[in-house]
Design a protein around this ligand. Structure first.
Ligand SMILES: [Zn+2]
Ligand SMILES: [Zn+2]
Length: 188
């Protein structure tokens, strides 16, 4: 099998069951990293993309944006990462690194070439996933990989505002709804 082939479970149409789907991902770009998937969480946004709830799904949809795995290929321009390293990939897979938002450290608001991991991009319900090196997050070796996935989506979503508002241990914070995000907030 060519090294660019990826085996996945994909939805071929809206609201359909996932089926085995193999495709050629093309050559790895110099800025990209390829990760062999060990675990992948399941988030409600995966279901929204599979079902085309937001009207933006392009089929086949390969969902999965709470990816935990190990780096198996590094593009020539990928920085700060090494082969075999355990990493995570969350909602965002690529940003332009050149627009005003990216240069201000607000890459999630990128107005340039931005790709979400599961929107027009192949996600983690697969043997391998690719992302720009900036979005491949090194993980501590002693973090349990089977439970780390949700940190990449729900976890960062609630951790970011706690950080931004400089929440201290003595503050009172209201968490409305103890679901996917809320229970992560309680653990912060
Ligand atoms: Zn999510
Ligand atoms: Zn940008």
């Amino acid at each position: 099998m060519s090294e660019n082939r990826i085996r996945s479970y994909a939805a071929l149409t809206a609201k359909s069951a996932l089926v085995p789907h193999e495709f050629d991902a093309g050559d790895l770009s110099p800025h990209q990293v390829e990760v062999k998937v060990e675990y992948c969480g399941l988030c409600h946004s995966d279901l929204s993309m599979i079902d085309n709830d937001w009207g933006v799904s392009q089929y086949p949809v390969i969902a999965g944006h709470e990816v935990i795995g190990k780096i198996v290929r590094l593009g020539s321009e990928a920085k700060g990462l090494k082969l075999g390293q355990r990493v995570g990939i969350g909602w965002t897979a690529e940003t332009c690194q050149a627009c005003d938002h990216c240069l201000a450290g607000q890459q999630v608001l990128c107005t340039g070439e931005r790709k979400a991991t599961i929107v027009g991009h192949a996600g983690g319900f697969a043997d391998k996933v690719r992302a720009g090196w900036q979005w491949v997050i090194p993980l501590p070796d002693d973090l349990a990989p089977e439970s780390a996935g949700p940190l990449l989506c729900g976890g960062i979503t609630v951790f970011d505002p706690l950080l931004k508002h400089q929440i201290q241990a003595t503050h009172h914070v209201g968490v409305i709804g103890i679901g996917g995000l809320g229970h992560m907030a309680l653990n912060c």
